[in-house]
Design a protein around this ligand. Structure first.
Ligand code: BMP
Length: 260
């Protein structure tokens, strides 16, 4: 069970990082804690779905390096849609190298992630240097980073002391680290956002190690602030209908946590 949570409305005012306040303000205004993970290989498919689902989400998560036809126009269009529908963009890059390398990867290369993604994430495995390096690029731009503290995949190694070290990295770098990718409530600090992937209304998993829990379980039992849904939305015949369903399930679970 989790401690009493602060409402989105309160967090939109009280959280220390401006990006976190923006996120909670969007969540409060649009009544959604849903992040859509849009893992497509075609830019047109991606942009079309984001335009349709945008009104129902607080966050759109990308794997930009999955696109077979990437041009900088895609990230410009994505930013336009983020503005149009009032959501933030999260590039799920999972940086995981030494400081010098991730600095260049975050700032430059073909994707220039720091120039368009409000949020990105990093594995804690290289040690705290990964945070300082990414912060050098992202902090001046007002960006935020999530630590991948736990994973949804079967047999993953992000457990125990490793997870604890990730929590410490977050709690000691709150000017840039805004929270976690996690499967449980890891920190009592309301400034740190807990985002949980591996969500599907029909539990189970896939053939490659993914494990799912329902939106309700993620929020009420595991303390998620934001639920991340990919194929539950993108892999069905009516993605907009599914997005509304996940939005509703996620938001009512959130409202329930306030009443207890
Ligand atoms: P889906 O809902 O289709 O299983 O997609 C989940 C998304 O979340 C994928 O983009 C995956 O890369 C990401 N993800 C995850 O599934 N588990 C984690 O622990 C961390 C992730 O970023």
């Amino acid at each position: 069970s989790i401690q009493k949570v602060m409402s989105h409305k309160e967090r939109a005012v009280k959280c220390c990082h401006p990006l976190v306040r923006s996120l909670y303000s969007i969540m409060n205004d649009k009544e959604t804690n849903l992040c859509m993970s849009v893992d497509f290989t075609s830019s047109e498919d991606l942009l079309q779905l984001v335009d349709k689902v945008g009104p129902h989400v607080c966050l759109v998560k990308t794997h930009i390096d999955m696109l077979e036809d990437f041009t900088t126009d895609v990230t410009q269009q994505l930013q336009r849609l983020a503005h149009k529908h009032n959501f933030l963009i999260f590039e799920d890059r999972k940086f995981g190298d030494i400081g010098k390398t991730v600095h260049t990867q975050y700032q430059g290369g073909m994707y220039k992630i720091s120039s368009w993604a409000h949020i990105t994430n990093a594995h804690p495995v290289p040690g705290p240097g990964i945070v300082s390096a990414l912060a050098e690029v992202g902090k001046p731009l007002g960006r935020g980073c999530l630590m991948v503290a736990e994973m949804s995949s079967s047999g993953n190694l992000a457990t125990g002391e490793y997870t604890k070290a990730a929590v410490k990295m977050a709690e000691t770098n709150k000017d840039f680290v805004i929270g976690f990718i996690s499967q449980s409530r890891l920190s009592a600090d309301p400034d740190l956002v807990h985002m949980t992937p591996g969500i599907k209304i029909q539990m189970g998993g896939d053939s490659l190690g993914q494990q799912y829990v329902t939106p309700k379980m993620a929020i009420t039992e595991r303390g998620a602030d934001v639920i991340i849904v990919g194929r539950g939305i993108t892999g069905v015949s009516d993605p907009v209908g599914a997005a509304k369903e996940y939005k509703q399930a996620g938001y009512s679970a959130y409202l329930n946590t306030l009443n207890h």
